[in-house]
Design a protein around this ligand. Sequence first.
Ligand SMILES: [Zn+2]
Length: 403
Amino acid sequence: MADTEYCRRTAVTGLSVSPTDATRLRELVEEWKRGCQLAVNEAWGVCHTRSEVQQLAYDRLRDETALGSQHAVLATHRAAEAIKRSRRHDGDRPEFTNPTVAFDTRTMTVFDDRTVSLTTTGERVRCDLDLPADGGYQSRYLDDEDWEPAKSTLHYRDGEFTFHLGFRRPSPAVDPPTEGATVLGVDLGVENLAVTSTARFFDAGELNHRREEFERVRASLEATGTRSAARTLRQAGDRLDRFVRQRLHEVASGIVAEAEEYGCELVAFGQLSEVRELDPDAGPLHEWLFERLLSFVEYRAAERGIAVVEVNPEYTSQRCMECGFTHPQNRDLERRQFECLKCGASAHDDYNAAKNIAFRCVRRGPLSSRGLGAAACALRSGVVTPDDGFTPYAELSEAPKSD
Ligand SMILES: [Zn+2]
């Protein structure tokens, strides 16, 4: 959970670029693509961490491209990310054709007068940020001293430059939950991306559908093998990435809203490394989706003082939330239904699992305990504690759910 260190945001803005500067930036884009490709070619099948790829390819990038020292470093890092990503998808060696360049605070400076200065292969360029007339959401970050400029990307398309200006600020420190804190359990899965112990379902239907569609397109385009097919495929891939990202943000904000609504100070997930083992339908791609979702939830939750923890998910899908009886055949996998062999209680499979994840957090605590614990699980209609069992919200002295 190292990502909790900073909250990150991106402000997308146009750039007003003079013809001379445009030439410099285009030159940079070309050299950047070449540099990334050199680094990938050198490191492919050899190594994939940032530091390894940097060590291996940096000198060559300095010798054979016009990239400055810091952009050469960034290009080796971009290459490392591409290699890792490709390994995750069992993919081929990455080809750098996208006209985008990464910047960090050493290669860019953002000024108060709404200009940005960027390192190129020659002289630095300084250009105006092209913001909406009313300042747009971008101004929120530009004007707020708590947000500092961070990793950004320059995009060049159809003769226009766009800048994805990154901002970050330290995550607010999350205080340990108070005694008697309530936890929201979340089960992650393939059909439902996430289900909460309060019975909120975030289905993955559209996402899975688009992914399958993309795979079909990919298969036919790869068979074609032309340059234009490759371009179409890239565009389809970019569209899919944007959709996935947006959907994950929706789900993350929905989970955090649910935690707030039910007065939860903790959100518990099953440990990600185990989720794949436990769900036969989940592949490396889902592991990656879940990781991103978890980090999105962490950012948003931290801003609201809610802690995110992982619990051991073992048997959480087989255990009956009503009577505690645990058996693999409690689950009807075909119907996605949980039906207890012992007491006959039934529930949606993922919903039952989410309740057990919350309960495990209460009973055994989170895996990486930082003194965080919870006393009660939030369900739809009340809370459950190990000692008192189920109590409806109406009977609690302080009803956590406001009407
Ligand atoms: Zn039962």
